[in-house]
Design a binder for this molecule. Sequence first.
Ligand SMILES: Cc1cc2nc3c(=O)[nH]c(=O)nc-3n(C[C@H](O)[C@H](O)[C@H](O)COP(=O)(O)OP(=O)(O)OC[C@H]3O[C@@H](n4cnc5c(N)ncnc54)[C@H](O)[C@@H]3O)c2cc1C
Length: 549
Amino acid sequence: MAEIEREAMEYDVVIVGAGPAGLSAAIRLKQLDADLNVVVLEKGSEVGAHILSGAVLDPCGLDALIPDWKEKGAPINVPVLEDNFYMLGEAGQIRVPNWPMPPLMNNHGNYIVSMGNVCRWMAEQAEELGVEIFPGMSCSELVYDENGGVKGVVAGVFGLEPDGSYGPNTEPGMELHGKYVFLSEGVRGSLAKEVIAKYDLQKGKEPQKFGLGMKEIWEIDPEKHKPGTVTHTMGWPLGKNAGGGSFIYHLDNNQVYVGFVVHLNYENPHLFPYMEFQRFKHHPMVAELLKGGKRVAYGARAISEGGYQSMPKMVAPGVALLGCSVGMVNVPRIKGNHNAMLSGKAAAEAAHEAIKAGRASDELTEYETEVREGAIGKDLKKVRNVKPLWSKYGLTASLALGGFDMWTNTLGFSLFGTIKHGKSDADATGQASKFKPIDYPKPDGKLSFDRLTNVSFSMTNHEESQPAHLKLKDPSVPVAVNLPKYAGPSARYCPAGVYEFVTEEGQEPKFVINFQNCVHCKTCDIKDPAQNIVWTVPQGGDGPNYPNM
Ligand SMILES: Cc1cc2nc3c(=O)[nH]c(=O)nc-3n(C[C@H](O)[C@H](O)[C@H](O)COP(=O)(O)OP(=O)(O)OC[C@H]3O[C@@H](n4cnc5c(N)ncnc54)[C@H](O)[C@@H]3O)c2cc1C
């Protein structure tokens, strides 16, 4: 194929991803020097279209970035007023009192927000400062300089032929070059994954761990709506099959966020995370809340859970990884937005100093030091053993051990040191023959819904004539290996019904990828036991169109 010619544009800093990390970096760079040229590229059709969080926001990140966010009209209006934590059994629940919880678990001073709307507002702040923001622009490739450092990205490739080749309607996109490139793609970023592999950034660190978060927005009976109420549950329906739990957050306008997280290190490949979520809503306590209401939106996204010991090296020549592209979620608090914002701010400050000193395309080591030793590192270090204790000892024992460890860490020490995670989530998957299949009740269409109906509530759209953005390294693996050995787990772990094994009479099963349904959660890239599925970006503007997730 002939060499593709692309226009190139030069910037001081090129930022991939308009989430809280990328937007914070953009804002901070322009606060520090209005003359810096900063561009943010976002694959969603608009800023916020692909943002999915719980979300209870700890405002410490925003306080540091835009201290007068209230006066500037940030859409952050529902303070947390009540914090509930329940252990669920199938027919009932036990309330865990708040007093034994370490102070860091307290949500006092936090807010229930739509992070999609917070990001839309942050984008306005950034644009007012002169940042160029281009939504609908997927960054599909990295551009390297002659020394092997990252020099930029390719963005805006549209209209590829179904086989991936260039056709008469293909727009080749453009190169955006920067003195520094920030990858703030969120969890399991596709370019970040390439950078981590190329520069071996995970070396000496624990494997990254993940959960799958699924979320619905419900409009409920105003009589039952209590703005500012935060409820977390553990226990049923997952039981011993997997770690995880739920969140129920009452925001304003009679809306409630109902979400469910399943840790992706589960062993039983028959587990169906989406159906666990649907089943959860039939618990008497939850059903009572939702009865008479309606589900208005659905979405899913992986969440990084490896924490302190899994953070890769986050800088390489010309490039820095930000936010959940590193993995900065405080797992027991289920919060990462504050750290994403703080990381954006820290990366911007390091890049600003470097550019001022005439540097370019080198490693922003000052950024990494700030993340590990500053507020983010302190936040994550205290809770570093909660996830591995849960994985090793199960829910009940780990509640006591993890709680104890968080208390001692609050006082400055841990009896456990730093516990390793061990296996990756893909490697944790066990063989189907060693586990019992799980029987899931059929959705009733009132409280619970089938996957495809729910996907239509994510407003997902992909141009069908483009090549599938979910690539198989070896097309034979799903049927030859994953089906006999793991009972074809992709048909269950995908919360959007992308993967199917279709069997016609007398024929070999076929593996079908309905990429049009993909909600960009990245679970397949994480959980496929053979690590055979590679999530790449589809063309810009495709994917979910979340209203106010
Ligand atoms: C179910 C769930 C509940 C959560 N609850 C909470 C909570 O209550 N409180 C909290 O603080 N945190 C919560 N989190 C964690 C929080 O969402 C993350 O920590 C946070 O989103 C990380 O921000 P980020 O900017 O790094 O990435 P993201 O928010 O994921 O943003 C990344 C952006 O980059 C874009 N992008 C990615 N790749 C490309 C590309 N190649 N080209 C162009 N654009 C690209 C994406 O479309 C997206 O807009 C939750 C997460 C989940 C999944």
